[in-house]
Write a protein that binds this ligand. Sequence first.
Ligand code: IPE
Ligand code: IPE
Ligand code: MG
Length: 243
Amino acid sequence: MQVLESEQFAKPPTHIAIIMDGNGRWASARGLPRVAGHQRGAEAVRVVVESCRDLGISYLTLYAFSSENWNRPPSEVDDLMALLRHYLRREIVELHGNNVRVRFIGNRAPLAQDINSLIDEAESKTSDNSGLTLTIAVNYGSHNEILGACKSIAVAVADGSLSLDSITEEVFDRYLDTVNTPPPDLLIRTSGEKRLSNFLLWQLAYSELIFMDALWPDFTKRQLEEAVSEYHGRDRRYGARNA
Ligand code: IPE
Ligand code: IPE
Ligand code: MG
């Protein structure tokens, strides 16, 4: 891909979030079972993490399993959980070796005990790393996250530890799963679908959105570079006016 001269010096987006969609269609197009698409999707995760490190991205947030994905047939949910287990067992050592800090967002309570333990282990092992922060959204849904924040704030107001007047947007941010993470500069969704599917609704308020037709298992460094290049061409006005 041709890189414009102006882009060579452009600051990369600090935070990229990705809705990794299209695994099932990738598999169907090849006459394969859906699980084969999810397996290839996990390989694409490896590639995108490496590419983000190369491009100097500080935060990468990946939507791996939504709170609505429980509505899929139990066999597919089982396959996705088995893949998550496998990923946690196989990749964490390498991620740690590459100075990646791993975090999870979403409601962990319904996840299997061993997956919860692997998540705890991954987070604590990598917590002091200073390279890429990789956030993986598992059983994540924005409505649930925002509702949880509202309930915690209501409790704090009721017990007197928080006053109504002190609830600012910054304070609200601290009650979300994404606490201490800047909002995404760029959201990418693969597979041609143009919706957010309950992902980071608060956090994406001023993000640049890029919807691409590539199916997630076909996502490579090239697609990432193209998205970053398109991002650099966007004019982020935040409601103000540029001269
Ligand atoms: C994304 O691929 C993976 C998850 C949602 C877990 P899909 O499984 O949604 O693939 P399509 O959208 O059916 O092609
Ligand atoms: C969004 O994809 C969730 C993930 C990528 C994990 P879906 O495939 O579940 O979204 P919908 O159902 O097409 O909106
Ligand atoms: Mg999908």
